[in-house]
Design a protein around this ligand. Structure first.
Ligand SMILES: Cc1cc2nc3c(=O)[nH]c(=O)nc-3n(C[C@H](O)[C@H](O)[C@H](O)COP(=O)(O)OP(=O)(O)OC[C@H]3O[C@@H](n4cnc5c(N)ncnc54)[C@H](O)[C@@H]3O)c2cc1C
Ligand code: FES
Length: 256
């Protein structure tokens, strides 16, 4: 269990917040795809009882900062949004397996649906050093895309977006973008986002025998492999998203 000082917790759009926390000295190995399981209740309270999993959005070892990007959707993230600079945050982690990052000179596609783009940013920064990247971002509207468009473009990746209401980029969903992009040119695909999107992407990948990885976001209890509340179906049988995942080879995930 770790406790860190919050350096900042800023609102970047109506329901999106960016939290920067001090990385504890004993944590050196933070990989893209890892997540933290955050305690959101106060020290004397057990409500809400369960921790909330949030992905590593970015990590800067020089400044000793870990960045978490979260969407306010319910009680836990509402409480999280009230934390102030210099408050302490208690967490378990980094947890999970993380993405594969040892590619060189490959053509790589990253696809993020909604808040699923959050864990792809640190991955994008790491992979863009030695690979050619295209990023496809999908969301409901412009408000949910502006921040992501800016940060992903700053990595040097080619970035395209789709919004359901047509207020930013292509009007439609990110799978439409994928079809326009001719994904068959890519060596490897990474994606995180809503299950219907991952399901469609998996179908496209199967058609052309494309390899890649999905980061799954199941509801979690313990976050450390004990309660089995986060189990997903794979070709290797049931697997725990918090322990064997959250990143799985895209061809191994079985969607219901
Ligand atoms: C490995 C992992 C990494 C994640 N990374 C991020 C991240 O970087 N940024 C971020 O904003 N969120 C992330 N999430 C989702 C985040 O954990 C939930 O949104 C959060 O726990 C909701 O807590 P809450 O108390 O605010 O909402 P609740 O009151 O618990 O739920 C509010 C609504 O959100 C839905 N919801 C809750 N948890 C999840 C979940 N795990 N997946 C899908 N829907 C859920 C509920 O069904 C409900 O409709 C991640 C989840 C996992 C498993
Ligand atoms: S959340 Fe408890 S086993 Fe995964």
């Amino acid at each position: 269990m770790n406790e860190s000082r919050i350096k900042s917790n800023i609102q970047i759009s109506e329901n999106y917040f960016l939290m920067e926390i001090e990385s504890p000295d004993d944590i050196k190995d933070i990989k893209p795809g890892h997540f933290l399981n955050l305690r959101v209740n106060s020290i004397n309270s057990t409500d809400p009882l369960l921790r909330r999993p949030i992905s590593i959005h970015d990590y800067n070892p020089e400044s000793g900062s870990v960045f978490l990007l979260y969407k306010r959707v319910g009680r836990g993230t509402e409480i999280l949004s009230t934390y102030k600079k210099d408050d302490k945050i208690n967490f378990l982690g980094p947890l999970g397996n993380g993405f594969t990052v040892d590619f060189k000179k490959k053509k790589i596609l990253l696809m993020g649906g909604g808040m699923g783009a959050a864990p792809l940013y640190y991955l994008c920064r790491v992979l863009s050093r030695e690979n050619r990247l295209t990023v496809l971002l999908g969301a409901n509207d412009k408000d949910e895309l502006v921040y992501f468009l800016e940060i992903f473009k700053n990595t040097g990746a080619e970035v395209h977006s789709a919004s359901i209401d047509g207020s930013c980029g292509h009007k439609g969903n990110v799978i439409d973008l994928c079809l326009m992009e001719n994904i068959y040119d890519y060596d490897y695909i990474y994606s995180c986002g809503p299950v219907p999107m991952l399901k469609e992407l998996q179908k496209l990948a199967f058609e052309k025998d494309l390899k890649g990885e999905f980061s799954l976001e199941e509801r979690m209890g313990c976050g450390i492999g004990l309660c089995l509340s986060c189990v997903c179906k794979t070709v290797k049988g049931n697997q725990r998203v918090c322990k064997e995942g959250p990143v799985f080879p895209l061809e191994e995930v079985i969607f219901e």
